[in-house]
Each structure stands twice: as structure tokens, then as C-alpha cells.
Design a protein around this ligand. Structure first.
Ligand code: CIR
Length: 255
């Protein structure tokens, strides 16, 4: 959770065409841009450099940069999104990562895997199979991870949940913030697990970034619990991104 850089991408004017499981109305570009600026400012306030990429009008989900790559200390791995409309986002991200890393690998397929399904903890890489991430995609990542000396464990994303990290996030090397429904699968045994409050499941997609925890606004009981646990919380308005099933982790690549 200690990072010197993050990559974000400005939301495009085409966001209303972004993917969503359930239609709860279209997001507003203006308020999404304001929230996005607040998000980048919070990352920068920790001393990190934030590389802010231009909007991509052809890719309405491209602000969710996390899904396009996995950044590890040894190098970056370009993902292969399971959503066909998002496949092309990877090539748009690649040049920026090539400028930051010497070693760039690529998931070449036929499998699929999205960064939102991958949680890197202090001791291993957890990957949740989901509608976007399949066994072949996980297997291809596992080979690269092994070469770089990382243990990788395959777990499951709860039914009806977009990504593994929709329901969990890393708070520190051994502490996970999780929904009860995901923790019930037993995948976090050996970790300290903090549960989001009942009815505040969407608070589970947070990020620990240096000294801060960025979390979506509007989840007061979870915010209070994290505050009492000693974390420094910054709340970001996620109401527009939430309409596209997006949250705090999706909006950046961190390394
Ligand atoms: C999608 O369905 O792909 C986007 N609307 C949301 C992606 C959110 N990304 C993430 O959780 N890592």
C-alpha cells in the first residue's frame, strides 16, 4: 500500500454508454469530473505523482483503468478484459506503462482477466474468478506471477458481484476490508478482516494509498469503524461511478 505513482484517466463525455449490471440512471459527466479531480488530489496529497491520461471517447469505461493492468514491483502485466467493449482499452494504456516499467508482460489469451478481480496483499496475489475473469486467464497470470516469485491463489467472487475487489480491499499488509458475504467464503483465513457495516456493502471497494484510505462517501458506519481502527479516511463522492458499477480501486493503477 506504499506507492509513489498512480495512473488515472479522465472520464469521457460518452460515460452514459458505460457498462452496468442494472440501470439506475445515467451518470452526470460534470459531477463525475469533480469527483475524479478530488480523487486525484487525495492521491497527490500523499506525495505521490499522479499521471492523468486524456479521456477516450471511444471507450466509455476507460476511466476504470485498474482493469487494464496489474502493476507489481517486478513489472506490469497487461490484462485481457472479459468485457468485449473494454478489450481495446489495454492498448491505450500500454504506452504509459512501457514508459514506467522495463518489464511488461501481457495476457495473450484465449482466457480473460480484469484487474478488478486481483487483490495483491502483503503475502500473495488473490484472484477471484468472475464473469470477467476465467480459469484460463488466471492460469496465464499465475505463470507470470510464479516467474516473479509471487504466490497466487484463486478464489471466487460472490454471485452477482462484478469483481472480486467490488467486495474487498487491502487496508494494510495483513488487514482486509470485506463484505460479510465474501468473507463467508473463507478466502481470507489467516488475515485480519474488518467487515463493512450491513447495508453498506458498496463501501468495501476502498483503497489504502500511503497514509490514506480513500472510500466512497455515504457509508457512515463503515467510515466510523475504520476511523476507530486508526485509519485516516478520505471520503470521495462515488455516486456517479457507482451507476457504472465502479468504485475507488477501479479509478487508478497504483505502483
Ligand atoms: C465495467 O462494467 O467494466 C465498468 N462499468 C465498471 C468497472 C469497474 N472496475 C473495477 O471494479 N475494477
Amino acid at each position: 500500500f506504499e506507492f509513489t505513482r498512480a495512473i488515472t484517466r479522465r472520464p469521457a463525455s460518452t460515460i452514459a454508454q458505460g457498462l452496468r449490471a442494472e440501470d439506475t440512471g445515467n451518470p452526470s459527466l460534470d459531477s463525475m469530473l469533480a469527483a475524479h479531480a478530488a480523487y486525484a488530489a487525495a492521491l497527490r496529497s500523499t506525495g505521490a505523482e499522479v499521471i492523468e491520461l486524456e479521456a477516450l471517447e471511444a471507450y466509455p469505461d476507460a476511466q476504470f483503468v485498474e482493469d487494464t493492468a496489474l502493476c507489481l514491483p517486478q513489472g506490469a502485466i497487461l490484462m485481457r478484459p472479459g468485457a468485449p467493449s473494454r478489450l481495446g482499452e489495454v492498448a491505450e494504456m500500454a504506452p504509459t506503462l512501457r514508459a514506467c516499467y522495463d518489464d511488461i508482460r501481457e495476457i495473450t489469451g484465449p482466457g480473460h482477466i480484469e484487474g478488478g478481480d486481483i487483490l495483491v496483499t502483503g503475502k500473495e496475489i488473490l484472484v477471484g474468478r468472475s464473469d470477467r475473469t476465467d480459469a484460463a486467464g488466471v492460469a496465464e497470470l499465475a505463470e507470470i506471477a510464479a516467474e516473479w516469485g509471487h504466490a497466487l491463489r484463486e478464489v471466487f467472487t460472490p454471485e452477482g458481484v462484478l469483481h472480486f475487489k467490488t467486495d474487498c480491499s487491502l487496508m494494510d499488509a495483513e488487514t482486509i476490508l470485506s463484505t460479510k458475504r465474501l468473507d463467508a467464503s473463507g478466502c481470507f483465513s489467516g488475515y485480519r478482516v474488518l467487515h463493512v457495516a450491513d447495508g453498506e456493502e458498496a463501501a468495501a471497494n476502498a483503497i489504502r494509498f500511503n497514509n490514506l484510505v480513500l472510500m466512497a462517501g455515504g457509508f457512515p458506519r463503515t467510515a466510523e469503524m475504520l476511523d476507530k481502527a486508526g485509519y485516516e479516511i478520505v471520503e470521495i463522492d462515488n455516486s456517479d461511478c457507482a451507476k457504472l458499477d465502479g468504485g475507488m480501486s477501479c479509478l487508478s493503477l497504483r505502483f
